[in-house]
Design a protein around this ligand. Sequence first.
Ligand code: ADP
Ligand code: ASP
Ligand code: MG
Length: 814
Amino acid sequence: MKVLKFGGSSVASSKSIAKVINIVKNNSHKEEIVVVVSAFGGITDLLLDAGRMACNKDKLYLSSLKQIEERHLKVVEELIPLATQSTVLEKVKKMLSNLESILEGVFLINELSSKTSDKIVSYGELLSSYIIFEAMKENQLNVALKNTQELIVTDDNYANASVKFELTNTNISSYFSNNTHKVVILPGFVSKTETGEVSTLGRGGSDYTASIIAAAINASLLEIWTDVSGMYTANPKFVPEAFPIKSISYQEAMELSHFGAKVLYPPTIQPVLEKEIPIAIKNTFDADKEGTLITKTTLNTNPIKGITHIENISLITLEGSGMVGIPGFSKRLFEALSQKEINITLITQASSEHSICIAINDADAAIAKKAIDTAFEYEISLRKVAPLTVEKNNAIIALVGDNMKSHQGISGKMFSTLGKNNVNIRAIAQGASEKNISAVIAHKDIKKALNTLHTTFFKNQTKQLNLFVVGVGNVGGKLLDQIKQQQHYLLENLKLEVRVVAITNSRKMYFDEDGIDLHNWKEQLENGVSLDMNLFHKKVTTLNYRNSIFVDNTATEAVSKLYASYLKESVSVVTCNKIACSSAYSNYLKLKELSVEYHAPFLFETNVGAGLPIIDTLKNLVASGDRVTKIKAVLSGSLNFIFNNFNESATFYEVVTQAGIEGYTEPDPRIDLSGVDVMRKILILARESGAKMELEDIENVSFLPESSLNATTVPEFMETLKQEQAHFNSLRESAEKNNCKLKYVATFDKGIAKVGLEEVAVNHPFYNLDGKDNIVLFYTERYHEQPLIIKGAGAGADVTASGLFADIIRIGNN
Ligand code: ADP
Ligand code: ASP
Ligand code: MG
């Protein structure tokens, strides 16, 4: 004989019930089957709500009742053919009317004991088992319905009753030894006391019902059918990469369920464990999947079997110098909690004995505080002990596995993973049996903690990068295109899952927590909400994804001022915006320090030479112990374009206008022509070489005439270029006369930086620099004779985007 239990999600609708009947039918060909069912999904909650509302004199209980009625009547109408429907409906309506009378009573007397609550909540399973029984009969199953309340006997601890096994086992054996049906269906969760009062086995208790029956009849197997394909390495609703554990021991399953794996109600293991009856966890909606097999021993030697979590945890701490060395404090503390029937999930005590820290349910926190403060009233009045502190909104995460004890370094790995991801650990506990290491963390960190730990311990090795992209103009748009094109390659070859979670333009912002489909990001952004960078920050930190990256594709100062606020949340920053790195040295330094402190890379390769690997090369030189002695560079693609095209056939004004049309200059060409842009770039290179330098320290001898420098608007400035034709021509003619070319050169030499127009001779590496290319010569202690040269396209949206992309991948490979 085999026992099959179907949970609420498996019987939530007539469609799912049809699947259940099919599964039972397929199994009943081979052997006798016992079926235990839960209430239809969501009904237990509705019943409990209705009871509470009735007790509070809230007439809305009637609307919960109505929903309960409609759900059941609908299933009957959909599953039971007309010929027999009215008989079944009549019976169901009778049960519902009994339920209504109880609720009415609660409403009238304004009182709800746990005993009455059990009566109310038992209707969920009583109704579901009856309806499914009738539907099974319609499907030609040779089936009997047996009310578990006539079999399972408990004490009178209503809502969470303890089973009296001797009586219960006798009842079950004697019923089944006289049974002649192929299939017997029973309601889960419900039971009765010795005096015949309705009791229940605790939330999720239908699993337990099935296990009690399986043990009493010596079943060959207990199957728990649910909405997931087994017991997973972590809750699959939180960790998309989690996978079903094929095989696991009773002990491990018990530990996982105790620490939050809701798929199995913790007491379920005990009855079958003694008889060594295996438990299989299977998916009603994907019946062919293998699922999980729970047995006494397993061949699965992975030290960690799963990662679980418990939500709604409060951390209570009793602290004070009066506790040191005095026995009995802990006893009084635990007694106070036990008298209030408060369940303790985790305990830690510091070696100084100064404080004891306990994790309990949020719901129990207020009662615990009152009880403990009362128990220690005397010591608190003498200030030997401080009043109990309560911190709500925490969670426990736990690593579980039988073989942990024989593996070193697991807790180290656990805590360093959490630390690297900025997950603060409030308390730690490791059971002496070493089947479990648990830590208390903030509720907001659950998802991140579970996912990063899962990647660390389950070797899936796919690393997810979550991008929050500000600015989708020329460069940002190209970046999104490049990511779209490479997403598949990166996943397959580098095991990097690059997701763009948010995008903004200057008006709107759009978030998609599952990653934006980059095929139509423009339309999606148009459907976004108004841009609000405060809200954006809040959303990024609330989502709290691992490997979050803030990507700045703008050139605005306001955005550059936000970097610190992201780095402090361990969100990396990748930017092509030069403003932050060329702002005050103290600010540049602060960002670098935050990056180190919060393990969040701050990368800005595209600040100099667009996509050329200039800063990365410089960093590698410095990191490997080399010292930069001199840098000489042409760093402005715009100025290079302008001076390369400035010849006899075109005036300076015409060339600058053309550069603007082709997008090689900033919208305000003064930024390029004044040399400010190049100053910023050489400043960044000087700083990356180790110099503590400010923008004002850079010498800038302008090639512009006085009138151009004094122009206050762009049109005025352009007009001066026209007027000063002779000035610009004389610059060109002088170079030609000396057989040289004009190049705008940045130099950093012996701690001094300068920028300016230079005449370079034929044999100089700058002489043949084409188009809008950049070139950098690094003279270092190792490259002292011939410099290390980096040369190539130094401007343009495409290459800048690919530089940003390279920084993003650098973070992925980190
Ligand atoms: P049922 O209604 O079938 O009793 P439950 O909701 O009680 O189902 O249990 C199944 C749910 O348990 C899953 O949908 C999943 O969200 C949750 N769960 C939590 N941890 C785990 C885990 N480690 N493996 C599988 N499921 C888990
Ligand atoms: N229906 C009960 C609950 O929701 C018991 C169960 O489903 O296991 O808790
Ligand atoms: Mg359940």
